[in-house]
Design a protein around this ligand. Structure first.
Ligand SMILES: [Zn+2]
Ligand SMILES: [Zn+2]
Length: 192
């Protein structure tokens, strides 16, 4: 009698294991199919507009070229960019940028720098107390150039502090004489 019960329990266990196995396998198949479906049709599940696969391929290519091209000279796609222009901050190859003062300028902006009178509008001492200040200066420079077409350039000056025996770094912002009044308040706001 006891043996029969034991065998019955064992059979039940065996059936349970088989059942779980089959059930698990079915769930696995179901999930795999769903995954495959969403991979074939990536836009359908994410609420994005559905693109034709050929268009998606093109978009990917375009993105690749775009991310690659900003490391190369915009005038010479074969030449790696070496220096950034002090006005537009774009990367140019050696033959497309020329050194002037302590910076480099592109062909478009070198004449602008050379043929105009530029005034020092603000000097920022970069300090360990407020290391973000320098970042804010460059942010304003970028913003007013891109959105309002107001060119500025920033020179880095070094001074040796003999008393404390260390080198101090200053960012000196320059603007064209007739734009000084417009530009100065924008940079002064960075020290608030
Ligand atoms: Zn430039
Ligand atoms: Zn070039």
């Amino acid at each position: 009698m006891e043996n029969t019960t034991l065998i019955l329990i064992m059979i039940t266990n065996l059936l349970l294991v088989i059942f779980l196995g089959v059930f698990g396998f079915l769930i696995y198949r179901l999930m795999k199919n769903q995954k495959k479906e969403s991979a074939e049709n990536p836009s359908s599940t994410e609420g994005q507009p559905a693109y034709h696969p050929a268009i998606l391929e093109r978009l990917k290519e375009a993105q690749k070229i775009k991310s690659r091209s900003h490391l190369f000279c915009p005038n010479h796609p074969e030449e790696p960019g070496e220096t950034t222009c002090g006005i537009c901050d774009k990367l140019f190859c050696k033959s497309c940028s020329k050194p002037f003062k302590s910076l480099h300028f592109c062909r478009e902006h070198l004449p602008l720098v050379m043929n105009n009178h530029w005034e020092e509008i603000m000097t920022v001492k970069t300090s360990t107390q407020d290391p973000e200040h320098g970042v804010r200066v460059y942010d304003v420079k970028k913003e007013i150039f891109e959105k309002e077409d107001l060119p500025t350039y920033v020179e880095t000056h070094y001074k040796i502090n003999i008393d404390q025996d260390h080198i101090e770094t200053y960012l000196v912002v320059f603007a064209m004489m007739d734009q000084v009044e417009t530009i100065r308040p924008r940079f002064e706001a960075t020290s608030l």
